[in-house]
Design a protein around this ligand. Structure first.
Ligand SMILES: [Zn+2]
Length: 435
């Protein structure tokens, strides 16, 4: 058994914030409480089972539920030169994540049972909980729905064509209805292709300077409004991915007030940086939807603080060095994010005084777990022993050495940040340790 001592325990589910010890037996949390009561329970169990008590000091650290990321790309199958489920899981564990949801834009995509079944089988051997979303449409072509019922039965935790939007309104409505029937999230990448001159850079001052057409904020907002309206009478768990624009936050706030069932994700990069980063980091800062203006960034922070945006999800999107070395117009969009998510978010949200660490944990673990109905994102006696130990005071500089991902495409290398993941425990085992 594992005894975590002298930590500050944070549990967003119950708003608990207390100095406490945590006893883990097998893959469950046995007890949370005072050193005396937890110690007594450990000794009592030891007398019965003869099992050793392994002590892990969390002095000066925060003990919180393992993070849950509902939006990662592990590039497996087919694009494993960028990432695979093993390196992706290692990156997640290094970043404090104990559960992730993989997007389905692999090669081939997860639009059929065979691909999904293989992924589900291989996920069993991974150090963290790796879940799979399946596609909404076959070949992600937006023409025909997949057999969502069959895919759900084969283990799909949700549905998405992430990477491309679903253009056909009638098809989108049918997809929402099926997601509602199956009671699983449907996650949407909202960029209307009709309005995009080029992807990955915000349409505005920076795209002009670089001679690129750019992606306007309205391309996102117009689809978000459409899908909220379509979902008004359906009530599916509609999840708006990687929200980037102020306009979208305003629409989401309105739609939620109207009673529409809708959830929002925001990435650490959209909270932390603006389009200015493209001028400094070039292709590395190219991402869909793009980093936008300071006004947009502030609106994302406000939206996250007031609950309009529900959760932080990384959109961890690995690409090989040679791909990102291309000029910005030719380089693929996306950046990795699992290992740096907590530090970027802590720095921009908690250190700045915009929210408490408990609130940040809620948006990185509890809220995403609730969307997917997972037994995760909280600390509970009898519950899963998925935890993260955090040092909220440690200042450090992001270097390529911190990445366990197969790819290193982060525009935040060199950034000075505060807050560090010290240890990740999944199913009662230490799966990531910072030393
Ligand atoms: Zn996307």
């Amino acid at each position: 058994m594992l005894l975590i001592t002298n930590g500050r325990v944070l549990n967003p589910a119950t708003r608990l914030e207390a100095d406490a010890n945590v006893l883990i037996v097998g893959n469950r949390i046995e007890k949370i409480g005072s050193p005396a009561s937890v110690g007594a329970r450990a000794l009592e169990l030891q007398r019965v089972t003869g099992e050793d008590i392994e002590e892990l000091s969390a002095r000066g650290l925060v003990v919180a539920p393992g993070f849950v990321d509902v939006h990662v790309h592990f590039r497996d199958p087919g694009l494993t030169y960028k990432e695979d489920i093993h390196t992706g899981s290692a990156a997640a564990a290094a970043g404090g994540y104990t559960t992730v949801v993989c997007m389905a834009n692999t090669k081939p995509p997860v639009d059929n049972e065979a691909v999904l079944t293989d992924l589900r089988k291989r996920a069993k051997d991974l150090p963290i909980h790796v879940l799979n979303a399946a596609n909404v449409t076959t070949s992600m072509s937006g023409q025909k729905l997949t057999d969502m019922e069959k895919l759900h039965a084969a283990g799909a935790c949700g549905f998405t064509d992430d990477g491309v939007p679903i253009r056909d309104e009638k098809l989108m409505l049918q997809a929402l209805q099926m997601a509602k029937k199956l009671d699983v999230p449907i996650s949407v990448h909202e960029e209307d292709p009709e309005l995009l001159l080029s992807q990955g850079v915000n349409q505005g001052a920076v795209s002009e300077k670089l001679g690129l057409g750019g992606a306007p904020a309205v391309s996102e907002a117009v689809l978000v409004a459409r899908d909220c309206l379509l979902n008004q009478s359906v009530g599916a768990k509609l999840d708006i991915q990687h929200i980037s624009a102020k306009m979208t936050v305003d629409i989401l706030r309105f739609m939620k007030a109207e009673g529409v069932e809708v959830y929002g994700e925001v990435t650490p990069q959209h909270l932390y940086a603006t389009e200015e980063l493209v001028l400094q980091k070039g292709s590395l800062a190219r991402v869909n939807p793009p980093l936008r203006t300071e006004e947009d960034r502030q609106a994302l922070i406000s939206g996250l603080c007031d609950g309009t945006i529900d959760m932080i999800a990384t959109d961890h999107a690995p690409h090989a060095k040679e791909e990102k070395a291309k000029p910005i117009a030719d380089a693929p969009s996306g950046m990795i994010g699992l290992e740096t998510a907590f530090a970027l978010c802590y720095t921009v949200l908690v250190k700045s005084g915009r929210m408490t660490l408990l609130e940040l944990c809620e948006k990185m673990s509890y809220n995403p777990a609730r969307l997917y109905g997972l037994d995760a994102g909280e600390l509970r006696e009898g519950g899963p022993a998925d935890l993260v130990l955090l040092d909220p005071k440690e200042e450090w500089t992001i270097t390529e050495d911190c990445f366990r991902s197969k790819s290193k495409n982060s525009p935040f290398v060199g950034e000075r940040v505060t807050g560090r993941v010290k240890c990740t425990i999944c199913d009662g085992k230490i799966v990531g340790l910072d030393n």
